[in-house]
Design a protein around this ligand. Structure first.
Ligand code: HEC
Ligand code: HEC
Length: 381
């Protein structure tokens, strides 16, 4: 099941609306610990004790699991008054009961693991099916490279061989080792720029430091930073303009940055599995990397050996949600091939990055990867 463009757009509009909520206190911005959802939002009753990034990703799980956009549950007034997210509509109240039901089932029957999630039952439908599907039973199975379930295929070549082919396809170990940093310029389009194309700059150092800065025509920049240890997202005019990235998401944003350094990526996981899958009718080999207590990462390679998709998962209060990055438009620089087109898709939005120029091995001061300045002036409403 995939989200249609329409669904994506509708939920993206909502995500933008949330980002206009103006209810944060100065104290929560200054606090060293990431603020909890109940300290930032107005009427949090069941999703308490989780940081804001995880709360927002939980809303992504709700929307994606039921294929509803934000107004599918929330009061339609959210489009003009973002405080209206706090209104307890019948569906919001029903969803709160569902959170309690899900938690009780997981507690009672699955030793407290998040085995049952909203998606387990809803599968993209507010009214889950009760009768099995003959169409499903009698049709050919197509493996989804973005599925969290993974079916290793014994006929597939070993992971080492696929990763070696990847290193070869992008220029070989020696040339790759010579690239240890880059500065790139290009464009960014996302819900957070109201789907307008804006200039983008990327600074990156091997193996996993990266700062991306999008420059809207007016107002402060949007900033995403991973300094190798911590990560932040700076989005002006959100309840918490500076969101600290936590948990699987923190590790995951580091993996995203590492995808620019294939040799490092190939050493980042303790164990590997290999299977086959399909992306838009094209067969890909999927290599899944796993580390204890982290999200698995699915890397899909095309027949020429290039990485075409990376999928990882983020924890929410209602189970894991996927983040998918599709890479294309590989071009050669200093003897190394790099993807110039990235499409990032997650449960409440999609962003597109088109790079125009990449300069390898430029000196980048460490301050480029510092925590973005939370005191930076927010856009006037
Ligand atoms: C399936 C129903 C459902 C969908 C879809 C949904 N939400 Fe929610 N939302 C809830 C529930 C339930 C709560 C209350 C959580 C609690 O009490 O802990 C909530 C609370 C919120 C809050 C906190 C409001 C406050 O001030 O207390 C925000 C913000 C929010 N949702 C944003 C969103 C966004 C953005 C989307 C779309 C991406 C979305 N929601 C989609 C059910 C939903
Ligand atoms: C064990 C299965 C199961 C799980 C888990 C589950 N639901 Fe449900 N949910 C149902 C069923 C069954 C209904 C009733 C649908 C109907 O009336 O046909 C329902 C109804 C709902 C409705 C009302 C939909 C409507 O028709 O207006 C909402 C909203 C909802 N669920 C949200 C959630 C959310 C959010 C989660 C995850 C926290 C969740 N559910 C988890 C089974 C489940």
């Amino acid at each position: 099941m995939s989200l249609t463009r329409k669904h994506l757009l509708a939920s993206a509009v909502c995500a933008w609306a949330v980002s206009l909520l103006g209810v944060v206190s100065a104290a929560s911005q200054a606090a060293p610990q990431p603020p909890m959802a109940e300290n930032v939002y107005l009427n949090v009753q069941v999703l308490k004790g989780i940081p804001v990034d995880r709360f927002n990703d939980t809303m992504g799980m709700f929307a994606s699991a039921l294929l509803l956009d934000c107004v599918g549950c929330h009061d339609p007034k959210i489009t003009s008054d973002t405080k209206a997210f706090a209104i307890a509509t019948p569906r919001v109240r029903r969803a709160r009961q569902m959170v309690q039901m899900m938690n009780a089932m997981n507690q009672m029957y699955f030793g407290g693991q998040q085995r049952i999630t909203c998606f387990t039952c809803h599968n993209g439908d507010p009214q889950p099916e009760r009768s099995p599907s003959l169409r499903l039973q009698y049709s050919a199975l197509v493996e989804d490279p973005s599925s969290m379930k993974f079916f290793p295929d014994i006929a597939a070549p070993p992971a080492d061989q696929i990763l070696a082919k990847y290193i070869q396809a992008v220029g070989g170990a020696q040339r790759l080792a010579a690239v240890t940093s880059y500065r790139a310029t290009g464009t960014y389009i996302g819900f957070d720029t109201s789907d307008t194309e804006v200039p983008l700059e990327i600074f990156s150092k091997a193996p996993n430091q990266r700062t991306m800065i999008a420059h809207p025509p007016v107002g402060p920049d949007l900033i995403w930073t991973h300094n190798g240890k911590n990560a932040w997202k700076y989005q002006p005019n959100t309840p918490v303009p500076l969101t600290e990235i936590t948990g699987w998401s923190l590790i995951g944003t580091g993996i995203d940055a590492m995808a620019s350094y294939p040799a490092a990526l190939g050493k980042a996981f303790a164990s590997w599995q290999v299977g086959f899958a399909d992306i838009e009718g094209r067969q890909v080999i999927v290599v899944r990397g796993t580390n204890p207590n982290q999200s698995p990462v699915n890397l899909s390679f095309d027949e020429s050996g290039l990485l075409v998709r990376l999928v990882r998962w983020t924890e929410t209060a209602a189970g894991p949600v996927p983040v998918q990055i599709d890479y294309s438009d590989y071009r050669e620089l200093a003897g190394v091939k790099m993807p110039f087109h990235w499409v990032i898709t997650w449960t409440n939005g999609q962003s597109t990055i088109q790079l125009k120029d990449i300069q390898p091995n430029v000196a980048i001061p460490e301050s480029r990867f510092a925590r973005p300045n939370a005191a930076a002036p927010a856009l006037a409403p």
